[in-house]
Design a protein around this ligand. Structure first.
Ligand code: NAP
Length: 291
């Protein structure tokens, strides 16, 4: 019997997951199809209940349902509970478990792609939304020296820093306008906001990248375009950069391993994702970015 996995979100047509997950199933000769399950909010309970059917391995969850699925599941991993968001559901014998592989996927990208070891390092997160929460709690597990959080809406940064500090993480919220925020004194700065998404050549990052210390790794979790304005500015200053695609692929690889119990063919997933991104960027009338 063909098994299936799918992505639950609204919309889902932009997602790269069907492309690189499908490539991974094909590569390993697994009879699993990866489907697009576009799900408006009112249909979410019905869609999640259908995951309990035999032959369904689970699902990915994306915007806007990462928080809303939680009450519909039977159990949560520690990362999902701490971050308050689920991006991966695993089905076993009629029971549904919620996981958050976004944060661990980012940490894997840091280590494997940027060769950056977060232990005892000083990090600044820009943003305090769902992705930032997952990343922050994954970094908290890595014994970082300092985790500062800035957000456009300061109360959200304060709330996240408070939750992290209650867990023993050396976290603190920063208050400043984006343009006057100093990026000095960090080993790594991570853009976890949606700033830069679908950016054009003319868009400038709202933060002053020139304030970053020499050698600071500038990471951006936005992956369309492949090189965001923030990364372009950082690269022009000679700073090392980490784009968003590796996080996407590694969070997917962790989900693949939870569903199948098999080691994910990460190289195959990267190749499929990069080819699809390049195809989409070339297909845009401007030759620019697209989701
Ligand atoms: P979210 O929960 O909606 O949070 C959005 C964040 O962006 C908030 O911190 C928000 O600040 C901030 N923001 C939005 N517009 C801004 C602006 N003009 N200036 C400054 N800050 C702004 O979204 P999310 O799920 O965290 O996702 C954030 C981004 O990460 C999206 O672009 C998404 O595609 C990307 N992402 C990538 C991966 C990956 O695997 N690479 C995984 C997940 C998400 P306020 O609180 O002030 O509104």
């Amino acid at each position: 019997m063909t098994q299936c996995v799918g992505i639950i979100g609204h919309p889902v047509g932009h997602s790269l997951s069907p492309v690189f997950q499908g490539a991974a199933f094909t590569h390993l000769g697994l009879d699993v199809s990866y489907e697009e399950w576009d799900t408006p909010g009112e249909e979410l309970p019905h869609r999640v209940a259908a995951l309990r059917e035999p032959g369904v391995l689970g699902a990915n969850v994306t915007i806007p349902h990462k928080e809303a699925v939680i009450p519909l599941l039977d159990e949560l991993s520690q990362g999902a509970r701490q971050s308050g968001a689920v991006n991966t559901i695993v089905h076993r014998d009629g029971r549904l478990g919620g996981h958050n592989t976004d944060g661990p996927g980012f940490v894997a990208a840091l280590r494997k792609e940027a060769r950056f070891e977060p232990r005892a390092r000083r990090l600044l997160l820009l943003g305090a939304g769902g992705a930032a929460r997952g990343i922050a709690f994954a970094l908290a597990e890595e014994d970082v020296e300092r985790l500062h959080i800035w957000n456009r809406t300061p109360a959200r940064a304060a709330s996240l820093a408070g939750d992290l500090a209650a867990d023993g993480c050396p976290a603190r919220a920063l208050e400043a306008r984006a343009a006057s925020l100093s990026l000095e004194g960090y080993d790594c700065v991570v853009n976890c906001t949606s700033v830069g998404l679908n950016a054009t050549e003319l868009d400038e990052p709202p933060w002053n990248v020139q304030t970053a210390s020499p050698g600071t790794l500038i990471a951006d979790i936005v992956y369309t375009p492949a090189e965001t304005p923030l990364l372009r500015s950082a690269r022009a200053l000679g700073l090392p950069v980490l784009p968003g695609l590796p996080m996407l692929v590694y969070q997917g690889a962790l989900g693949f391993e939870l569903w199948t119990g098999r080691e994910a063919p990460v190289d195959v997933m990267f190749r499929a994702a990069r080819e699809e991104l390049a195809r989409r960027e070339a297909a845009r009338p401007s030759g620019g970015a697209g989701r």
